[in-house]
Design a protein around this ligand. Sequence first.
Ligand code: NAP
Length: 305
Amino acid sequence: MEDLIILGSGCAGNTAAVYAARANLNPLVVAGHEPGGQLSLTTLVENFPGFPEGIQGPELVENIKKQAEHFGARYLHGTVIEADLSRRPFRLNVDGEWHEARALIVATGASARWLNLPNEQKLIGHGVSSCATCDGFFYRGKKIMVIGGGDSAMEEANFLTRFGQEVLLVHRRAEFRASKIMLERARENPKIQFLTNTVVEDVFDVSQNLVTGVRLRNLKTGETWEREVDGFFVAIGHIPNTAPFRGQMELDEDGYIVSKGGARTSVTGVFHAGDVQDRTYRQAITAAGAGCMAALEAERFLEGG
Ligand code: NAP
């Protein structure tokens, strides 16, 4: 039986582990299906305070893990496939093996939704990105493409006009899911062009390990053509990793954990940290802060019995 199990080894989970380990809670971290979380998929991170020259995403998250291990946190490779939060101790099925814990921090993150193009995953961090805030800066004066028709796509396209010489927004329909105000803002931005009823068939060029262009297809006419692109931003939503908790704690309609104030969830003794609850900020630094909050609350909860 563990005092504290932390689910997820991204910025939020690892930071929670640092704080919990320093509080002598001897936490067990279940690394999850994407160890290191979304930072492990990025390259240079330039906006995490404390690194004037920037730091590679995988290095940053690995450093936090080492820091947690230094204070006694233990890491278990695996993913929670089933959970029973109906009573304490909580029970978690990690790849077929059951574990018990008196308190739980859920920091399982949200995974970016991808288009699943043949070459998309191979070029992540080399021109393919799911985060304009993280990577926009690298495309100064370049040709940028944003995929999606929701608020995220509008927001990212607007943001990216600060950097790119052009931003082409590609959407599969003629109607947009984005709110009116966000759509209008994007339409009024002279640097943004819209391409509707259009999908991307693939992104190139894996042989150069760099995005150089895409192949597009008009869904109305069937016409296909290629276009030069340097930065390819996919903004078609995120999927919170909460499947094992469905019906176990309060989730919103998209599956994000509903916060009950601070790091509390609807289940006493279960705390949230990072993107699994946060659909607004989604930054490494906010996830780290949330991990700290969750650990402090878990500590208080365990002390109080
Ligand atoms: P979203 O509203 O679900 O929109 C996703 C968009 O991606 C849709 O236009 C969808 O097209 C498109 N899409 C999905 N799968 C696709 C695929 N396989 N190929 C091509 N296109 C695909 O997601 P979101 O924009 O990330 O927003 C999520 C939530 O956060 C929303 O509630 C939004 O209002 C909120 N948000 C708010 C702000 C803000 O207020 N500042 C900023 C960002 C997000 P279809 O329309 O054809 O389905």
